[in-house]
Design a protein around this ligand. Sequence first.
Ligand SMILES: Cc1cc2nc3c(=O)[nH]c(=O)nc-3n(C[C@H](O)[C@H](O)[C@H](O)COP(=O)(O)OP(=O)(O)OC[C@H]3O[C@@H](n4cnc5c(N)ncnc54)[C@H](O)[C@@H]3O)c2cc1C
Length: 468
Amino acid sequence: MVALAEQFDVVVVGGGPGGYAAALHGALAGLQIAVVEKERVGGTCLHRGCIPAKEFLETATVHRTVVGAGDFGVLTDAPTLDFARSQARKQEVVDRLWKGLTGLLKKRKITVVNGVGTLGPGRTVRVDDGTELVGRHVILASGSVPRSIPGFDPDGRLVMTSDDVLSLERLPASAVVIGAGAIGCEFASMMRDLGTEVTILEVLPKILPGCDQDVTDVVLRSFNKRAIAVRTGVAVTGHTPEAGGAGTTVHFGDDEHLTVEAVVVSVGRRPLSDSLGLAGTGVEVDGRGYIVVDPYMRTGEPDVFAVGDVVATPALAHVGFAEGVLAIDQIVGRAVVPVDYAKVPWCIYCHPEVAFAGHSEQSAIEAGFDVVTRKDGFVGNGRAIIVGETEGLVKVICEKLPDGTGGRILGVHMVGPWVTEQLGQGYLALNWEATAAEAAHFIQPHPTMSENFGETVLALTGRGIHLG
Ligand SMILES: Cc1cc2nc3c(=O)[nH]c(=O)nc-3n(C[C@H](O)[C@H](O)[C@H](O)COP(=O)(O)OP(=O)(O)OC[C@H]3O[C@@H](n4cnc5c(N)ncnc54)[C@H](O)[C@@H]3O)c2cc1C
């Protein structure tokens, strides 16, 4: 006798931020939800991405703090690194969050099925253990995996992906990082602070593409000061492992080469749509592997949504989160507004940190705006001086009013101490379509680094206290 497929209001394939946000939000709204997950719930973000990477970056911060402790009159010996202990702590953090998430899914009575799920006609999800689930709605949230490049097949030792770096027991003495996007810069920064000789090789003309040039310049200066070698506009062509396997020689640019212990390939991620089945459904996959959706995350198959890294929107955990919530809100019949991708927050946790939302100065000009900008460096900020981290600035880009002052805020860009925690009000002001004057009306607590945002918007109204 054939077992009847289990019926749910929503079947979610993939338990990363896109999938679990949808599941938790849907269960709270009273829906019966099943999540199919082939590994551990939490996805890339929790197990191989945001959380472990930021945990290691915090280890780098602690190391830097101890190195600089003498400036505060706190005398210590030079720190030594027990990276195995760092690795263990990272895993403790991940496991703690994973237990929390698992408990929350259970508390909301969400059915979690372990296995690879594939979608067929009639919103039927078949799991490789033979289970069959039918959803009134299905949300595909299968995420992404590291991209590789020809000539650099990852082996986990000489050539590493981000997954490999995050599970190292010992850092290499020297490394080439291929790719200067957010993840490449975070790894380069972390490894250098913990003692690795790092060279970044980037094919594009600048690091952190998409960031405002003033922000990029600060990161570049800091990297140079810390002896992170950065080569832009160079393509890698291959590598030759050393006899004995202790290292490899990377070939790049115009017949140049560099011998290092390890290579970190950080050239982006590819959507994981190939294992989703989809035969006999109206779900369309584009030439790059992304599931095609409309602004409401609806695929070509009725009542089937796709969210997160598997769709061609910014590959950020919080974007996947927002998309999962958007899908559920439609399922329960709430009024919804699509995600405004041009205004989502971006945070990069290298040292110095970067955070931004909205237009850079250049992209605003290219979009046809007449702009006015102001920037305020942390060099004069009391809290930054107390902390001993004055590198960086806040820059706000506004539409120019006829009198030359700042009107509607178009972009907020920050680089420097704790800016990933400071972006919030800039993000709100931007998305609330506030003008510089409206944002400047609100006071900032003193002494805080957030005073720089207040000062910058005030200066844009022509009434800066410190900035003329
Ligand atoms: C090193 C690194 C650092 C990052 N740092 C940040 C950061 O600081 N901030 C930020 O916002 N983003 C960051 N990201 C990106 C972030 O991790 C992703 O955007 C986010 O995890 C995407 O969520 P998702 O739910 O779409 O997919 P994923 O998190 O990839 O989850 C997909 C899940 O689906 C499962 N799955 C796939 N196929 C199937 C199937 N057929 N059946 C069952 N299960 C399946 C997978 O096992 C996985 O658990 C980082 C990524 C990396 C690699």
